[in-house]
Structure formats: structure tokens, C-alpha cells
Design a protein around this ligand. Structure first.
Ligand code: PLP
Length: 387
């Protein structure tokens, strides 16, 4: 932690590159879409996207259009699929920026067709089927009408149906009955699209857990998010190393204060923690405004001075305290909240367990006040700090 830095999320770009390569091997060499929505799950969208492409990804996936346009503005030219749209798009900007558009409903198709006519070129669309997630996607009952309308739009030259796709509800729960049902529903949706005359070249369904555990779901491309960042989507089945993955992000901070405290001293709001004996307290300058879950109060693990400590009392907006048990590190010494685990530091998965959530949320919610630093070889990011 360089002097003058309060905290940093250090992202190993090599880990991202290698994770993508490992996932592609797992997917039998199929093309891989790296999901870089939500600032690449908190890792920094553009550097992470570049590293993923260098590691062998050929597609990028975003939820919202601002993310897709951000990639284009940064000069990223790889194919991008964007899937969460609201009326008004902006679909014309998407067509002009070569952003592939997910279409789940007739209203979206109608707007996309208008945008393509205005732009004077066909829109590339991926038709999303609700095969059982019950979130976005077209219901089976509405699918025949949607695919017929897409076919008509293809015939007039305003859209090109590049893909048919869907998303799993419980691929992270091996044996969950929804998995087989969704595979069947997906095959049915593809067959209906083909029967209507569409020729989608990309059928894609597999998220990270399905990429790791369900080869029959790989179809023409896998669409991985969390595993690209080295976090296991199925921690009960195996940790990152079991799948050849390495967590890319390390979150650390400089201790902002170290002090001695007597027995029975109340710590942080509400005094939910009292020192059990005379001890030393370290102040970690990160709080829930930075994405540290308040639910991890008196539970989150932190490495300080080579030993694992636990959050003492409540996580506040900007800071929390660890009980150092009488050790006296120097102010400014590093507190490591999570990382790959090499140095004995906790992992994001351990924070997730402490907070009663999933590791996806731990990394994704690290806030904008925490600067991202990039470690690793190669051109993915300017400002890399070296390996
Ligand atoms: C539609 C869609 N596809 C793929 C993903 C990637 O999922 P995962 O991070 O589990 O790989 C997500 C993430 O939520 C998603 O919303």
C-alpha cells in the first residue's frame, strides 16, 4: 500500500487472462463471452475487458447500454451484447456502435426495427427466451409470435438474428430440477426459431456455474462473469483453485489509527463489541460506503501483521475497527480484507459467508471511492503497477 493511499482494490490482469483461458479449456475451446457489466463486477470495466480479450474471450457482455457504449468509447472493438433495455433504448446508438441487442419482447423488436431503419443498417439481435428463470426473456407462449416478427424484419433487412439465448435459474445447484427443464425449453426455443426460418449462429446459455459443471449447456458459446474474475460460483463444489481459477482482486487499506484500549472498552456504534481484556485496536478506513457489508459487523476477517483478525463491532460508513489482541502494528500498516489467499489473507468468499451473501456481491459493491490499481504484464491497462 503506497504511502498516501487510504485503500486500494488491486486487480491482477494476468489472473483475468488466465481465468479466461482456463474457462475456454473447460468449454472445449468454444468462444467465450466475458461478462463485464457492473464495472466488470467491480474490477474496472475497460482494463478487465481488455485482459479478458487478451486471454481469449471473443465477446463481451453488458447489462445496460451505458456499459456497452463505454466499451466502444474506450476503443474496444470486440463484439458486445447488451441485454437490459427499456423503452427508448437508445437502440439507434446501439446499431451505430455495433452493439448487439438482446430482444425479449415485441415492444423491443418494434423499437429496434425503427432504429435500424433510421440508422440505415440492420440491427444485430439475440432473441432471449425465458426458459424458466422467470426474469427477462420471452415466455414460450409468446415465442412463436416474436420469432415470426423477427423473421419478417430479417426479410425486410432491418434486423439480423445472430443469436438465441437464455439464462439459468439454478445452475449453481447441481441436480436442481430447473436445470434439465431449462435445457429442454432452450432446445425447444431454438427449434421453434429455426422452424420459423431463423438461422442463429450463436446459441448461448451457460453462465459460470454451467460452464464449470454442465457441458451439455455449452452450445455455441459460454457466457461467464464471476469465474472470469477468479471466484468460484459454486463454493460448495470447489474453490477457485479446484477449477484452475485465481481471484483477481485484492482489497487492502492502510491502518488509520492504532491504540491501546482497556478491558471492557466499547467499540464502534452501539457498543456491540467490548474489548474482552486490555488490547490494541486498529482502525481500518473502509466502511459500508466503500462496499464493506454492514452485515459483516463483528464477523468479517482481516489480515493485519500476518494474523487474521475479526471486525470488532459495527462497520460504519467509512471505517471499522479490528481487535489486534495486544499486537502493535504501526499506523499505515496494511490491512488486507480479501485477495487470492496466497499470503494467508481471507478471500471474498469468506467475506460473503461472514455477511450472509455471495462473493459476487462482495467484489461488485466495492465503491468508487476505492481506487483500482492494475498489476500484471501487458497492454490491458495503462497505469499498471507491475507484477
Ligand atoms: C444474462 C446473464 N448472463 C450471464 C451472466 C454471468 O453470470 P455468472 O457471473 O454467474 O457467470 C449474468 C450475470 O448475472 C447474466 O445476467
Amino acid at each position: 500500500m503506497p504511502r498516501g493511499m487510504r485503500a486500494a482494490a488491486t486487480v491482477e490482469l494476468d489472473a483475468i487472462r488466465q481465468n479466461v483461458a482456463a474457462l475456454r479449456r473447460r468449454a472445449g475451446g468454444r468462444p467465450l463471452m466475458a461478462v463485464v457489466k457492473s464495472d466488470a463486477y467491480g474490477h474496472g470495466m475497460v482494463p478487465a475487458a481488455r485482459a479478458a480479450l487478451e486471454g481469449g474471450a471473443s465477446w463481451l457482455g453488458t447489462a445496460v447500454p451505458e456499459e456497452a457504449f463505454g466499451l466502444r468509447a474506450a476503443g474496444v472493438t470486440a463484439p458486445v451484447l447488451c441485454w437490459l433495455w427499456t423503452p427508448g433504448g437508445p437502440f439507434r446508438t446501439a446499431v451505430q456502435n455495433d452493439v448487439d441487442i438482446s430482444v425479449s419482447a415485441r415492444w423491443a423488436l418494434d423499437e429496434v426495427v425503427d432504429a435500424a431503419r433510421e440508422a440505415g443498417r440492420p440491427a444485430r439481435v439475440h432473441l432471449k427466451a425465458d426458459t424458466g428463470l422467470g426474469r427477462n426473456g420471452c415466455m414460450p407462449a409468446d415465442w412463436p409470435e416474436l420469432v415470426a416478427a423477427v423473421r419478417a424484419a430479417e426479410a425486410e433487412g432491418s434486423v439480423r438474428a445472430v443469436g438465441v439465448w437464455s439464462h439459468f435459474a439454478a445452475a449453481d445447484e447441481p441436480g436442481h430440477p430447473s436445470i434439465a427443464a431449462q435445457l429442454t425449453a432452450f432446445r425447444d426455443a431454438v427449434a421453434a426459431a429455426e422452424a420459423a426460418g431463423l438461422r442463429p449462429e450463436l446459441r448461448h446459455l451457460a453462465n459460470s456455474p454451467a460452464t464449470l459443471l454442465l457441458p451439455e449447456s455449452h452450445f455455441d458459446m459460454v457466457r461467464t462473469g464471476i469465474a472470469v474474475y477468479g471466484i468460484s460460483p459454486v463454493p460448495d463444489e470447489g474453490g477457485p483453485a479446484d477449477f484452475g481459477l485465481r481471484p483477481a482482486m485484492t482489497l487492502s487499506a492502510a491502518l488509520a489509527n492504532v491504540k491501546e484500549a482497556p478491558a471492557g472498552h466499547g467499540v464502534s456504534y452501539g457498543h456491540t463489541y467490548r474489548t474482552p481484556g486490555s488490547t490494541t485496536l486498529g482502525l481500518v478506513p473502509l466502511g459500508y460506503a466503500d462496499g464493506i457489508p454492514r452485515h459483516a459487523s463483528s464477523a468479517g476477517p482481516v489480515l493485519v501483521g500476518g494474523k487474521l483478525r475479526t471486525v470488532a463491532g459495527r462497520v460504519a460508513m467509512d471505517q471499522f475497527v479490528v481487535d489486534l489482541g495486544g499486537d502493535l502494528p504501526v499506523v499505515g500498516d496494511e490491512a488486507v480484507l480479501f485477495g487470492p489467499g496466497d499470503r494467508g489473507e481471507p478471500t471474498a468468499e469468506e467475506w460473503a459467508r461472514a455477511a450472509g451473501t455471495i462473493a459476487y456481491e462482495i467484489v461488485t459493491r466495492i465503491g468508487v471511492r476505492v481506487p483500482r490499481r492494475y498489476a500484471g504484464r501487458g497492454p490491458a491497462a495503462s497505469g499498471e503497477v507491475g507484477s
